[in-house]
Design a protein. Structure first.
Length: 116
């Protein structure tokens, strides 16, 4: 079955960095784009970044120039390198894949807390 497992979250000070990982299984990873979303307390889930099958990237304007998404097809893993973190980046971060037919799959999320 399709599984997405996020890891790498934690507590970081403002201005710090973290790298999140999303390990995927149960589908042909190299054929699909993978996205990161986040949900802050009391807010709607929002798009963060996506990486296409060929490695192209798109970003939410709020994170562009601070975050970088990448993929390793040999490891079926997508990464989100986050830098210059701000308190407003505090959220649960989820990865997502939408397979043929439009069915979306989500991981359980990893919590990122940016605080001094």
């Amino acid at each position: 079955q399709v599984q997405l497992v996020e890891s790498g979250g934690g507590l970081v000070q403002p201005g710090g960095s973290l790298r999140l990982s999303c390990a995927a299984s149960g589908f042909t990873f190299a054929n699909y784009g993978i996205s990161w979303y986040r949900q802050a307390p009391g807010k709607e889930r929002e798009f963060v970044a996506t990486v296409t099958p060929l490695g192209g990237a798109m970003y939410n304007v709020a994170v562009k120039d601070r975050f970088a998404i990448s993929r390793d097809n040999a490891k079926s893993t997508v990464y989100l390198q986050m830098g210059a973190l701000r308190p407003e980046d505090t959220a649960v971060y989820y990865c997502d894949v939408e397979l043929d037919g439009g069915t979306a799959y989500w991981g359980a999320g990893t919590l990122v807390t940016v605080s001094s």
